[in-house]
Design a protein around this ligand. Structure first.
Ligand code: NAD
Length: 495
C-alpha cells in the first residue's frame, strides 16, 4: 500500500495471494489492509487536504503532475498491459487498449484542470459583485472493481486529483497489481505526500471504513448494486457526497432493416468483450422476430468459434473469469437458464480441454426462447452469457428494452436513422449507441439511469462530481443595511 507517501504493508501484517485467472497460479502476494490501515490513510489525506500543498497548488501545476503520470503510463504501457492480463485474465489486446485509455484519461483531466470553471453574473443589487468559484470537495475515497483495474483507477484518480482533492484508491481484492504499479509511477511523478494513496484490503473492512469515516468527504464507487446500497448506508453519518457506477442488464437491439453482418459482430462484441464482465455489456439481445430464424443460428455459429484461452496468447479473443467463485456463480446462472426452460443455442458449460482445465474458462453462451421473468433476463450475470428476447415492432422493442431495474447502456442497429434516434431517446439509459456498441470516450459522460447509479464520470461532468460550488458576494459600496433601529444611531463622534 502507498500511505502518507511511503510504501507499507498492512498494520497487522496480513497478506493476500494474487492469482492469474487463466491458471489459478499465485503470481504475487499483496498487503491486505483493514480498517486500521484505512484510518491511517484517512488521517494523512485529511491533513494533506486541510494544510498540504495539493489543494492550494495552481491548477497548471497539478496538471503538470497529471501529464507526467500519463507519460509514465505510456512509457510502461507494454508492461502494464501484460500485468493487467496476468491479473485480470482479459486478452492482451483489450489490456493494451485499457492502458492507452488510462493514460489519455490523465491527459484529458490535466487539460481540463485549468479551464474556466467559475462564473460571474449580475444580481439585482448594483453594489454587489457576485461570483461562483469551484473548489475541491476534500478527502475522497475511491472504491473500484476488478474488471478494469487500471482504467477504473484512472477514471477515479485523474478527475479527483485534477480538482485538487486528496484521494484514497481502494482496488478490488483480486486485482491490485496494476494499481500498485500505477502508484509507483505516481510516486515517481513526485506528487506531494497524501495527495494520492493506495489502500488494499477487503471491501467490508477497508472499503467500509472509507465509506463510514466522518473524515472522508466523498465516496466514488464503481461496483455491484448491492455494495452500492451498503456504501450509501455507511456514508449517512456525515452525509458524504456519493457517486455510484453500478451494474446493468443492457439491451442490444437489432431491427430487421439493420446491416445484418455489422449487427451480428457487434452483438457478439457487446456481450462477450471482456468475458462479459463489463457493466455496460449488451447482455440482452433484442432481435426483431421476422429475422430471428436467420440471425440467431449465424450468431450461435460465430459465437461457438470465439477463441477462448489465456489472455497472454495473442490469438485469444476471450479470457477466463476472474475467480473460481465467480465462475461458479456464472455457471449457476447457466444452470438456472436451463432449469427455467430457456433454449441453449451455444456454450452453456465450463471449458476444461487441455490447459483450460486450470483456469476459470466458461464457453460463450447464448440462450433463446426466454421469458421476461427468467433470472437470466432480469439479473446481471457479469459473465459470457447472452439472453435473447424477440420483439414485434419499434414500440415492443422499447418496452422490452426498458423492462429492467437497470439503466446503464443500450445499442440500436437499424438502417433507418430516424427510427434509431427515436429508440435511443426512448431508452431509459445513460450511455447509448446507434449502429455501434461499447466505444467509450474520456470526453463523454459515463453513468446510469435507475438502479445503475448516481452521477456521472468522465468529461466535464466527471470533474463536476469532484468539485464544490461556492458563491462569493462582494459589496462594492459598503453602507449600513438600516435593518435594526438600535443600530441606527450614528457612532458618537470622537471629537
Ligand atoms: P463489488 O461491488 O463486489 O466490489 C467493488 C468494490 O467494492 C471492491 O473494491 C470491493 O472490495 C468493494 N466493496 C465490497 N463490499 C464493500 C463494502 N461493504 N463497503 C465498501 N466497499 C466494498 O463489485 P465487483 O464484483 O468487484 O464488480 C462487479 C460489479 O461492478 C458489477 O455489478 C458491475 O456491473 C459493476 N461495475 C460497474 C461499472 C460502471 O461503470 N457502472 C464498471 C465496472 C463494474
Amino acid at each position: 500500500m502507498f500511505i502518507g507517501g511511503a510504501w507499507t504493508g498492512a498494520a497487522d501484517g496480513r497478506t493476500r495471494d494474487i492469482h492469474n485467472p487463466s491458471t489459478n497460479e499465485r503470481i504475487a502476494t499483496a498487503a491486505d489492509g483493514s480498517a486500521r490501515d484505512a484510518e491511517k490513510a484517512i488521517a494523512f489525506a485529511r491533513s494533506a487536504f486541510d494544510s498540504g500543498p495539493w489543494p492550494r497548488m495552481r491548477a497548471q501545476e497539478r496538471a503538470a503532475f497529471l501529464l507526467k503520470i500519463a507519460d509514465l503510463i505510456d512509457t510502461h504501457a507494454a508492461e502494464l498491459a501484460t500485468t493487467e492480463t496476468r491479473n485480470n485474465g482479459k486478452p492482451l489486446r483489450e489490456a493494451r487498449y485499457d492502458v492507452a485509455d488510462a493514460a489519455n484519461c490523465f491527459r484529458y483531466y490535466a487539460g481540463l484542470a485549468s479551464k474556466p470553471l467559475g462564473q460571474t453574473f449580475e444580481v439585482p443589487d448594483p453594489a454587489m459583485q457576485t461570483m461562483v468559484v469551484r473548489e475541491p470537495i476534500g478527502v475522497c475515497g475511491q472504491i473500484i472493481p476488478w474488471n478494469y483495474p487500471l482504467l477504473m483507477a484512472a477514471w477515479k484518480l485523474a478527475p479527483g486529483l485534477a480538482a485538487g482533492n486528496c484521494c484514497i484508491l481502494k482496488p478490488a481484492e483480486a486485482t491490485p497489481l496494476t494499481a500498485v504499479r500505477l502508484f509507483e509511477l505516481i510516486a515517481e511523478a513526485g506528487l506531494p505526500a497524501g495527495a494520492a494513496q493506495l489502500l488494499l484490503g477487503p471491501g467490508p473492512e477497508a472499503g467500509h471504513a472509507l465509506a463510514a469515516s466522518p473524515l472522508v468527504d466523498k465516496i466514488a464507487f464503481t461496483g455491484g448494486t448491492v455494495t452500492g446500497r451498503a456504501i450509501i448506508a455507511a456514508a449517512t453519518g456525515n452525509l458524504k457526497k456519493i457517486t455510484l457506477e453500478l451494474g446493468g442488464k443492457s439491451p442490444c437491439i437489432v431491427f430487421a432493416d439493420a446491416d445484418q453482418d455489422i449487427a451480428l459482430e457487434f452483438a457478439m462484441f457487446a456481450a462477450f468483450a471482456g468475458q462479459g464482465e463489463v457493466c455496460s455489456a449488451g447482455s440482452r439481445l433484442l432481435v426483431e422476430k421476422k429475422i430471428a430464424s436467420r440471425f440467431l443460428p449465424r450468431l450461435a455459429e460465430a459465437t461457438a468459434k470465439i477463441a477462448v484461452g489465456d489472455g497472454l496468447d495473442e490469438l485469444t479473443e476471450m479470457g477466463p473469469l476472474i475467480t473460481p467463485q465467480h465462475m461458479e456463480r456464472v455457471l449457476g446462472y447457466i444452470a438456472a437458464g436451463k432449469a427455467e426452460g430457456a433454449e441453449l443455442l451455444c456454450g452453456g458449460h465450463r471449458l476444461t480441454e487441455g490447459a483450460l482445465a486450470r483456469g476459470n474458462f466458461v464457453a460463450p453462451t447464448i440462450f433463446a426462447s426466454t421469458r421476461p421473468e427468467m433470472r437470466i433476463i432480469r439479473e446481471e450475470i457479469f459473465g459470457p452469457v447472452l439472453s435473447v428476447q424477440l420483439f414485434e415492432d419499434e414500440a415492443d422493442a422499447i418496452r422490452i428494452a426498458n423492462d429492467t431495474p437497470y439503466g446503464l447502456a443500450g445499442g440500436v442497429f437499424t438502417g433507418d436513422g430516424a427510427k434509431g434516434l427515436r429508440v435511443l431517446r426512448a431508452l431509459r439509459a445513460g450511455i447509448t449507441w446507434l449502429n455501434s456498441y461499447h466505444p467509450t470516450f474520456n470526453e463523454a459522460p459515463w453513468g446510469g439511469y435507475k438502479q445503475s447509479g448516481w452521477g456521472r464520470e468522465l468529461g466535464t461532468w466527471g470533474l463536476d462530481e469532484y468539485l464544490e460550488t461556492k458563491q462569493i458576494n462582494i459589496n462594492l459600496a459598503p453602507a449600513k443595511p438600516g435593518w435594526f433601529r438600535s443600530a441606527g444611531q450614528p457612532a458618537a463622534s470622537d471629537s
